[in-house]
Design a protein around this ligand. Structure first.
Ligand SMILES: [Zn+2]
Length: 204
């Protein structure tokens, strides 16, 4: 089983009290660590380790190491959507914009608008980063693919979008996550596998 956490780097910081009076003060150290965490902004703490290391005087000096990763932000979500938007613009002439609808403990909320006013709201799990949020982006793309169809239908255009380029296929491409090859989302033929990375559909 693939560990989704392997796709992003866990960061860490180590902290001790300044040398001198009070350097052994564990409550003070805990407060320093709390302050540092608050300064980091939205992060998901994975682990906190307490150490007692011998200093040059032979005394134990406490320190703490905190392992964390940043949580999903609106910019992360926009970056995931951008290649899809490019394909919609270049191959279907449907322009999308993504709006920041705020964030709370539960997630990052975004509203995706098509140029004709159709809007779809999505919530990204704040803790889901890397492959987790990319997998959820695929679910969003399924919804947005329907939106493209609706917009095209209102313009009097029917048919699959994007059409499968494989000879004899008249269905639409679906989206798939190709973690093993390139950690990217691809357009794929349901019968024939990956066709082209999302964001690189040939302009029509
Ligand atoms: Zn096909």
């Amino acid at each position: 089983m693939t560990d989704p956490s392997a796709s992003w780097t866990i960061r860490h910081f180590s902290q001790a009290n300044p040398a001198g009076e009070g350097q052994y003060d564990v409550p003070a150290l805990l407060r320093r660590v709390a302050d540092t965490l608050e300064e980091l902004g939205p992060v998901d703490v994975q682990d906190v380790v307490f150490h007692q290391d011998l200093d040059g005087e032979g005394d134990e000096r406490p320190s703490m190491t905190v392992y964390f990763h940043p949580t999903v932000t609106f910019d992360d979500v926009r970056n995931l959507f951008t290649p899809f938007f490019r394909d919609a613009t270049e191959t279907a002439d449907v322009d999308f914009t993504v709006e920041d609808s705020g964030a709370d403990e539960g997630g990052v909320y975004v509203l995706v608008n098509a140029a004709d006013g159709t809007g779809d709201g999505f919530r990204f799990d704040r803790q889901g980063r890397g492959d987790d949020s990319a997998a959820f982006a695929l679910e969003c793309f399924d919804v947005l693919q329907e939106t493209v169809h609706e917009v095209l239908a209102r313009r009097g255009r029917s048919g699959p979008w994007p059409p499968c380029p494989t000879h004899g296929h008249t269905h639409k491409l679906t989206t798939a996550w190709q973690a093993e090859s390139s950690s990217r989302a691809w357009w794929a033929c349901p019968d024939g596998g990956p066709v082209v990375p999302i964001g690189e559909l040939p302009a029509s």
